[in-house]
Ligand binder design. Structure first.
Ligand code: NAP
Length: 258
């Protein structure tokens, strides 16, 4: 049964739209007729995505900004154009792989800023407006790494655990106000994420198109949480039944797979 029909939504704000999962959200939402405000840092890539989605007959507004510095500018563009955001996709995020104590502390700070603070600020700004209008949805991108502590991805996993906890709590707070919140926890997905985090290993990865297809179906069904892919589901189930101490030690033997 469809609880949230995406065709009722006119405008989506997609962060991280210049690459990977966010970019794929932009394509699949535009195919459903949604107009898009697209945010990412790489202006060239963002303009390319905007031009591709425009060809499908929807309006696309690219805003090339580093969200840790330019969030106000994004909000300014949206309000100047009098756009009501019906769907917020919080996909912008980074990972950092390696020994916690070996990294300059400015790196985890930067990651907490985008993965946690910016995501929370955007959810705050837009969920308030959605509640006022009595309609809307938010998809926050967590990770399978947010479901268990992951040695060598210690801060990254913690930021994604925050996203998981925050999103489900917000889902419960807003569910009677016709604003639906969904937490997406992808496993390894074929994007530039791992390479940029410094842990590019092989192994099976899901296609972003598949991750987004499953997620949008889940959103429409009204689920509060989605973990795409049977292997990821099995892994998470097994991880949930063994003692934390054992699970963390096992994960610590192959953290690069997160
Ligand atoms: N791929 C995976 O295996 C995987 C697994 C679990 C969870 N995730 C999560 O999925 C989300 C999307 O990642 P992805 O896999 O699509 O990786 P990606 O291809 O590296 O894309 C990351 C996106 O986030 C944007 N971004 C990062 N920092 C930003 C900032 N300060 N301001 C504005 N935009 C910023 C990037 O913009 P620019 O490229 O323009 O800099 C890019 O569009 C992330 O939250 C990630 O943690 C990914």
């Amino acid at each position: 049964m469809m609880k949230n029909n995406l065709t009722d939504y006119k405008w989506a704000l997609v962060t991280g739209a210049s690459s990977g999962i966010g970019e794929e959200f932009a394509y699949q939402l535009s195919k459903r007729g949604m107009n898009l405000v697209l945010v990412g840092r790489d202006k060239g890539r963002l303009d390319e995505v905007a031009s591709r989605v425009s060809q499908l007959g929807v309006e696309a507004v690219p805003v090339a900004e580093d969200l840790t510095k330019g969030l106000d500018e994004v909000i300014r563009v949206i309000s100047e154009r009098k756009i009501d955001i019906d769907l917020l996709i919080n996909s912008a995020g980074i990972g950092i792989y390696g020994d916690f104590i070996e990294k300059d502390i400015s790196k985890p700070h930067e990651m907490i800023e985008i993965n946690v603070k910016v995501l929370t600020d955007l959810a705050y700004i837009f969920s308030k407006k959605m509640v006022e209008r009595g309609k809307g949805g938010i998809i926050n991108v967590s990770s399978i790494a947010g479901l268990f502590p992951v040695p060598y991805y210690a801060v990254y996993g913690a930021t994604k655990a925050y996203v998981y906890s925050f999103s489900l709590a917000l889902w419960a707070e807003l569910r009677d106000k016709n604003v639906h919140v969904l937490c997406l926890a992808p496993g390894k997905t074929k994007t530039r994420h791992s390479e940029r985090a410094g842990s590019n290993v092989g192994g099976k990865k899901m296609e972003p198109a598949e991750v987004v297809r499953i997620t949008l179906k889940s959103f429409e069904r009204g689920d509060p949480f989605v973990l795409p892919g049977p292997m990821n589901k099995i892994f998470s189930f097994i991880g949930g039944i063994f003692p934390d101490k054992l699970v963390v030690r096992v994960i610590g033997s192959f953290p690069q797979y997160f």
